[in-house]
Design a protein around this ligand. Structure first.
Ligand code: LLP
Length: 437
């Protein structure tokens, strides 16, 4: 493919602005030039902004506006201890999906009393750990789990607080891989079967019913799917009240979308105003609202910084081969997801711009991070992959024996290393050689 001698005229506005922004043609994370971080810590490197985390939290606080709601951070999106600690200090609870995540909450100083435990396949040791920790609630996803949880709690002489995760069968209008509220998904108890499941829960000795829960999908940009699910949940709450089964909270899950490219994020305030209005109108204003946002608290608070290793101008395509890979950010190849790619420095005026596929070093054709992006690149340039605060590091792998990257949290003009780059030797330190035959 031919090269065009034109440089993109202006630097794009980062989706993580103002926490990521250009100053004198250089990308900054808050008050720190991104190129300084790359020099100090190497690449690939995840860079998070503490102010962006706080601002994202504040958007929820503002939308709640003093009403009775608990935000349980869906920590699967980014479970670095420093990120958890930040949200714990701000008063967050946590939505966990494993015993490992519970251990992280505890290590970060989070309050187990504000933890909701979701997931379709909780193991016995995980139930026990959560019971001992005193989590606020188990979001139970099947009748079999209800029975097992009751037996486990009774064996320990404890009562498990439960909420049933109901599958309301609504279409969240999002990517099929991250849509969870449809009948055909593995998640939750079908809404038609929910009353019977609650009746059973009320009878089981090891359980205490505390709430109802749903999570219909991720990266939602519309309010309506939430409201459709809410209306179904409210019908269920009425039906339960008629049987004298009373709840303390109503959990509408996570799923609030962010801007990767040109998405219009939904208005949290409009969503919550309408949720509180409908709940009150149905006479359930006593219920505490619980939410489980993940991506919207962290997604645009992070970037992935990477170096261009080689440029390759093949017949059909131009490739920029970078030192980050699908092992660092699997979303593009897994969901066909779009992430912005920013130059860390304004390209020199004599650098030719071209359309590049941005690909990693991993031996898979699926190892691409962005496609067909117009960029003016030279070998050795730094790039920032945007929206890498959520579902990036947490989904990283060591495939091809690639050490997982370091993570840095920027706070004003200071950068804290919050995860060391893995050393090659660590990658096989747990492996053992059998005796020679
Ligand atoms: N609650 C439950 C029960 C969930 O399953 C999830 C996400 C959340 C809360 C948080 O959802 P969020 O607010 O982050 O949308 N790896 C995919 C996303 C998977 C989401 C799984 N569940 C991605 O990279 O887009």
């Amino acid at each position: 493919m031919s090269l065009h001698p034109s440089v993109p005229a202006t630097l794009p506005e980062p989706v993580g602005a103002p926490y990521f922004h250009y100053e004198h043609g250089e990308l900054y994370a808050e008050g720190v030039p991104v190129s300084d971080l790359a020099r100090l810590h190497g690449t690939p490197l995840y860079v998070y902004s503490r102010a962006a985390l706080r601002a994202a939290w504040q958007r929820f606080a503002d939308a709640i506006n003093g009403r009775d709601a608990l935000v349980c951070y869906g920590m699967k999106a980014n479970s670095n201890l420093a990120v958890l600690r930040e949200f714990a200090r701000l008063g967050a609870g946590f939505d966990i999906v494993s015993g490992g995540e519970l251990a992280r909450v505890q290590a970060a100083g989070g309050d187990p009393g504000k933890v909701v435990f979701s997931g379709v396949g909780k193991q016995t040791w995980e139930l026990e750990a959560a019971l001992h920790a005193g989590v606020r609630c188990f979001n139970v996803e099947s009748v079999a789990e209800l029975q097992h949880l009751s037996a486990t709690a009774a064996r320990l002489g404890l009562k498990a607080p439960v909420s049933l995760r109901v599958n309301p069968d609504v279409d969240a209008h999002t990517h099929p891989y991250i849509s969870t509220g449809l009948k055909e998904n593995k998640f939750g108890i079908a809404i038609e079967e929910a009353v019977a499941a609650y009746r059973l829960a009320a009878k089981l000795p090891g359980l205490e019913i505390v709430g109802v829960d749903c999570h219909i999908g991720s990266q939602l940009t519309e309010i309506d799917p939430y409201l459709d699910a809410l209306d179904k949940l409210l019908d269920l709450i009425d039906a339960l009240a008629a049987e004298n089964i009373r709840l303390r909270h109503l959990d509408i899950g996570g799923g609030v979308g962010i801007r990767y490219r040109d998405e219009q994020p939904l208005s949290l305030r409009a969503l919550l105003d309408e949720v509180f209005r409908r709940v009150a109108a149905r006479g359930h204003g006593n219920l505490q609202l619980v939410m489980e946002p993940g991506r919207s608290l962290v997604g645009n608070a992070g970037i992935l910084v990477t170096e261009v290793l080689y440029l390759k101008h093949a017949e059909a395509k131009n490739f920029a081969i970078i030192d980050a890979a699908m092992t660092d950010l699997i979303r593009p190849t897994l969901y066909d997801a779009w992430h912005g790619v920013l130059p860390v420095k304004t390209p020199a005026s004599d650098t030719a711009a071209a359309h590049y596929d941005i690909v990693g070093p991993v031996c898979e054709s699926g190892d691409w991070l962005a496609r067909d992006r117009q960029l003016a690149l030279r070998q050795g340039d730094l790039l920032a992959i945007e929206s890498a605060g959520a579902y990036a590091f947490v989904m990283s792998s060591q495939y091809n024996t690639r050490p997982r990257a370091a993570e840095v949290l920027v706070d004003g003009t200071v950068a804290h290393l919050i995860r060391k780059r893995e050393q090659i030797a660590e990658l096989f330190a747990s492996e053992m050689l059998p005796p020679d035959a």
